[in-house]
Design a protein around this ligand. Sequence first.
Ligand code: SF4
Length: 324
Amino acid sequence: MNTSDYRYFLSDCKKVISEGNIIKSDNYNRDIILSEIFRNKEYIKKITANIRNKFINNIADNLVAFDKNFSSNGGIINWCIDYNDFLSKFEKVLSKHKIKNINIFNSYFVKELGIEKFIENRDYSFDNETKDCIVFTPQFGIVNTGSLFLNFNSAYDMELVLNGRVKIFILSLCDFLFKPEEIEIFSYLDSIYKYGLSFPYLTSLYTPNPAKEEENVYLFLIDNGRSNVLENKDIRSSLTCINCDACKSVCPVFNVIGDAPYNNVFSGPLANVILPFIENTENYKHLCFSCTSCGNCSAVCPVKIPISEMITSNKKYFFENKLM
Ligand code: SF4
């Protein structure tokens, strides 16, 4: 634990606490909203956990099936090992289509890949009104149909994305469902858990259509450390996360220290589990001590990820492997 990152983490935590900053926490009563929509909320969580685990536990075959279906619809898939690999392939696509202005729709994944910084340092401009080239993060890929499930903030965004001349989609290897019928339940969970809303957001199921001569549809499928998590069977199911952020809102530690001490796009209970594997063990192993083991995160998770237990298993793993 004697790493500089650990010291920085601690001093940043102390700074936040001494400044008395109040971390904005959403306190939606998810259980009440969930019960209004679904008769048996525990059964719903079980179904969603099963779907996501079924995908992750056979991820290689499922991704190959998706690749085949997406490609036969006319889309072009680029597999990327990490953000450097992604940025070099991304730049080739931009130069092939002589792109000057890019419309980037912000997301966690856009931040994780450092796309905005990359664009700033090159000869491209941001343009949030252009349809010439759009960069968008789907919520899920759909294996059986080779489609993408898209979630929009407004009808205007939807118009821009669906009519983009060059459409560039970026997706993590883990964010998939099997069939369109599964979308509805996840749409509801997303709006309930993320925004405290009882109705799903504006969404679209997008399938490239070769008959419409849409030959400029790219999908970048990016690992960026996920396969390191896959290799560890004790925490593998952390990859079933649907990024709802509910675990952050119920975490007594996160509600005091917030994002800042993490200095990373990932923060909160799930970050405590995955960052030592997605980034590196040495600089992030101390995060397993940023937990009171209260179990709130495991209890709230809509896909039943045992986050708190995984943090404990990380401690055991680091200790047994003499990493701590
Ligand atoms: S771990 Fe569970 S509660 Fe936390 S963001 Fe992911 S899906 Fe939501």
